[in-house]
Design a protein. Structure first.
Length: 206
C-alpha cells in the first residue's frame, strides 16, 4: 500500500502474516507493517479480552502525518517466553520480534494501565532489543519507576549491577487510554518526543 501524507509518500507493507486475533485494521495479533525506511517502530501488545490495541493506529497515523516513517508490530502472544514475573497476566516476545524491533532506530512501545505490567513488559522488550524507546501508556509512570526495575533511562540510571536492559527509555507519554480515541494534545506530545529523540539519534547517537 502506498499512502500520501502531505508532501511525503510512505510505502507500507501491511501484512507480514495473517492476523490471529481481533484488532481491526493493521492492529492484528502477529502482524507487522513496515515502511520503506526503518526509522520508528510502534510496538503494540497482542489484542485480547483485556488488551485493546486501539489507539495504536491513531498514534501511528498521527506520526505519519508529521512525515515520520513508522512501522507497526503487534506482538503475537500475550503469554510464553520470556516470563515477565508479573503478579497477574502474562507476556511474551519472540526472538523474531526482537529482531524486527532492533532493525529500527527508535521504538514507541504502547502499553496499558497497570504500572507493574508496564514496567515489566518494557523491561522484557528492552532486555534484548538494543534500541532507544518511548513508552506510551495510560497509567502514571516515571523514569524512576523504570530505573528501579533495572531499565536504562535518559534521566535516571540504575545501579551498574542492577541494569537489565540493552535498550534505553528516552521519553514517557502517559494518559493515553486503551480502547479510546487518543486526545490531540497527547498525539502532539508523542510527535514532539519522537522528533526530539530522532534528532538526538541522528546527531549524537544514543
Amino acid at each position: 500500500m502506498i499512502s500520501m501524507f502531505d508532501r511525503e509518500t510512505q510505502v507500507v507493507d501491511c501484512r507480514h502474516g495473517m492476523g490471529l486475533g481481533r484488532g481491526g485494521g493493521l492492529a492484528q495479533r502477529g502482524t507487522i507493517s513496515e515502511t520503506g525506511r526503518s526509522d520508528v517502530i510502534a510496538v503494540a501488545m497482542s489484542p485480547g479480552r483485556r488488551h485493546i490495541t486501539k489507539p495504536i493506529c491513531e498514534l501511528t497515523y498521527g506520526m505519519r502525518r508529521e512525515e515520520i516513517q513508522v512501522s507497526v508490530l503487534v506482538l503475537n502472544s500475550g503469554s510464553g517466553i520470556p516470563d515477565a514475573d508479573m503478579k497477574s497476566g502474562s507476556f511474551g516476545i519472540t526472538p523474531e520480534e526482537i529482531t524486527q524491533i532492533s532493525r529500527h532506530k527508535l521504538a514507541v512501545i504502547h502499553v496499558g494501565n497497570i504500572r507493574d505490567h508496564v514496567v515489566k513488559k518494557v523491561r522484557e522488550i528492552l532486555k534484548e532489543a538494543e534500541i532507544p524507546a518511548i513508552v506510551v501508556c495510560q497509567t502514571s509512570v516515571d523514569f524512576e519507576d523504570l530505573a528501579r526495575a533495572g531499565v536504562m533511562t535518559r534521566l535516571v540510571r540504575p545501579k551498574d549491577d542492577e541494569i537489565q536492559t540493552k535498550g534505553k527509555i528516552m521519553e514517557i507519554v502517559t494518559g493515553v487510554t486503551r480502547g479510546e480515541t487518543c486526545p490531540r494534545d497527547k498525539l502532539n506530545e508523542l510527535v514532539r518526543s519522537v522528533k526530539t529523540t530522532m534528532r538526538s539519534i541522528d546527531i549524537k547517537g544514543v
